[in-house]
Write a protein of this length. Structure first.
Length: 593
């Protein structure tokens, strides 16, 4: 399918053009209304994407002129003007649909597919011929469930035939529909693509799909009436999301430069040196941000841009301070400070991820999203997030991978169902939270913030008193990489002095030591009001004998038997520190009335 895009914002035009090309559309781009008119007069298009605010000839006037010249090509208008009267004007001018910026790439593609279906002989969202199916939303082609791997031009040829099953296409007509004016092929090239398409269809036993009408061209072989096949599930939604992310990384510097232009205009206004041309330029930059940010999924930032545009057009309604605050908020949303915590989202649901991405700056969080474990592994080689938000899709190996390989990164799990067995699995595998969809972004980020606060304030200074130097070195080797600060003492007679100097968050005592036993030392510490709530873990060479008072009565919180499993010791330390933190929070919170 060949599309004409008429858009004066070069960043948005390039982004849309590349995204459409990735979906196997052929795209010509015009940057003003007159150039769009010349393209529409010179070539045949299946659809025209038309911005309203264009130089030389605006989109409304261009649409009217095209309709007056009996151009029946579907026209989809793009504009940041969202009033009802603007929509009526656009539709009355001859547009078939009217999209208000900001809108996501996914929504725009859906509207394009809907308009193309209206023009097609088959109005179904999935194109089919016997057991061959083509899904325009994912660009998947299959025959009897077997995928057919086509080149972009082969795919475009097949789609052209399936959309027009009764039409004969000669070479010049195929050329007009499938090639841009910049790379016209020869007749031999068209024949080669037809031959390649037939060969690949024959490989899956879908031969004789395309027949040659000698001396005229090619067409789809007629079929008897048959119930259309059920559409296959989409499988390439991530392709669009990845293309949008790549485009954002490419054009982000240019978009940030637009903010700089606005910032300079505000500074000039504050100094009474802003002239009308500079004011208009700043308003125009804000207007362009409305559409481009919306396409990248920054819906809140797009709304802020619209506020900036309106206030820059009429400075009597605002002040430099208000505009500066708006601009700072906008910049923070599209370019969050690097000191914001980073959350890695692993979820194939692109619409849900777009909601989280848009809301993240409001919660002072940066997010990076991937769809699968493989992509997450690639990201983790480059950067370490502060938290992982995971939808395991029933595959718990991914959770086990993160908690085993990256034990210091908290992992929150989101699932659709609320089953106790899944909650138990998450707890056993080391997950830090269990969220049940559907949720609002606010609910998710509240939980994320609480989890991050818990980990940021987790105490980590440990004092270990044990007369075995080998054991002390083993503990250091195990716990220091986990973020703990370890202080050791091999002589219990020096432990009190170290305790008062270090003020540790947790104390580990060996039960049997020369001069002073661990139980005696524990009782001494508990007799001082300063250390009443200090977590203490006792290490015993054997189980308590029956004549020894229970360890809790001696003041310890936990005890472990030697030989010590260091992994078990680490878990015991973390659990005890977490319980102490929760107790401190509960006692410090005001009483509920």
């Amino acid at each position: 399918m060949r599309l004409l895009l008429v858009e004066d914002d070069d960043i948005l035009a390039q982004t849309l053009s590349q995204a459409l090309i990735d979906q196997n559309y052929v795209v010509d781009v015009a940057y003003d209304g007159e150039e769009g008119w010349d393209y529409a007069q010179s070539f045949t298009y299946d659809l025209i994407l038309l911005d309203v605010s264009l130089p030389k000839l605006n989109g409304i006037a261009l649409c009217q002129r095209l309709r007056q010249e009996d151009c029946h090509t579907p026209i989809l208008m793009l504009t940041a003007r969202d009033s009802s009267s603007d929509k009526v004007t656009g539709l009355d001018a001859g547009a078939d649909d009217y999209v208000v910026k900001p809108c996501t790439i996914s929504e725009l593609f859906a509207r394009i597919r809907a308009l193309l279906r209206r023009q097609s002989a088959s109005g179904a969202p999935i194109l089919s011929w016997e057991e061959l199916t083509l899904d325009p939303s994912s660009c998947d082609v299959s025959y009897k469930g077997q995928p057919v791997d086509l080149s972009p031009k082969e795919y475009a040829l097949l789609e052209l035939f399936l959309r027009n099953p009764k039409r004969v296409f000669n070479k010049s007509t195929i050329l007009e529909h499938l090639w841009s004016f910049e790379d016209p092929p020869s007749d031999d090239t068209i024949r080669a693509h037809i031959k390649g398409l037939r060969r690949k269809l024959k490989a899956v036993e879908a031969d004789q799909l395309i027949e040659t009408i000698y001396g005229v061209g090619y067409r789809l072989r007629a079929l008897p009436d048959k119930k259309p096949l059920e559409p296959p599930p989409p499988s390439k939604a991530e392709k669009t999301r990845q293309a949008i992310q790549e485009a954002w990384e490419q054009f982000k510097p240019a978009i940030l430069n637009r903010l700089t232009v606005i910032e300079e205009a505000i500074a000039r206004w504050e100094k009474n040196t802003l002239n009308p041309d500079q004011q208009e330029d700043a308003a125009q930059q804000a207007h362009k941000l409305v559409g481009s940010l919306g396409m990248y999924g920054f819906s809140d930032a797009s709304l802020l841009s619209r506020q900036l545009e309106h206030q820059l057009l009429d400075l009597t309604t605002t002040s430099p301070q208000i505009l500066t605050q708006l601009l700072q908020t906008l910049r923070q949303q599209i370019d969050p400070p690097s000191n914001f915590p980073l959350v890695l989202i692993i979820d194939p649901n692109s619409a849900w991820v777009e909601q989280l991405t848009s809301a993240a700056p409001l919660w002072s969080v940066r997010v990076v999203s991937v769809a699968h474990l493989k992509q997450a592994k690639t990201f983790l080689k480059q950067e370490t997030p502060d938290l992982i938000l995971l939808d395991p899709q029933g595959e718990w190996a991914s959770l086990n991978y993160f908690t085993t390989r990256y034990p210091k990164i908290p992992v929150l799990v989101m699932t659709v169902g609320d089953r106790f067995a899944e909650r138990l699995t998450v707890a056993r595998l080391g997950g830090q939270g269990f969220l049940v969809k559907p949720l609002t972004p606010a609910q998710v980020f509240q939980f994320i913030q609480h989890t991050l606060q818990d980990h940021q304030h987790l105490p980590s200074h440990l004092l270990i008193v044990d007369d075995d130097p080998t054991f002390l070195e083993e503990v250091k080797t195990t716990l220091i990489p986990e973020g703990f600060t370890i202080h050791t003492c091999s002589d219990p007679r020096q432990s009190w002095q170290l305790l008062t100097q270090i003020k540790p968050d947790l104390l580990i005592l060996d039960l049997e030591m020369p001069h002073i036993s661990g139980l005696e030392l524990c009782q001494v510490i508990r007799n001082d009001p300063t250390w009443k709530v200090l977590p203490i873990i006792l290490l015993s060479p054997a189980l308590q004998d029956q004549s020894c008072p229970p360890i809790p009565k001696r003041g310890a919180d936990d005890y472990l038997c030697k030989p010590i499993n260091l992994s078990q010791l680490k878990t015991c330390i973390c659990n005890r520190l977490e319980r102490t933190r929760q107790l401190q929070n509960a006692t410090s919170s005001p009483a509920q009335t």
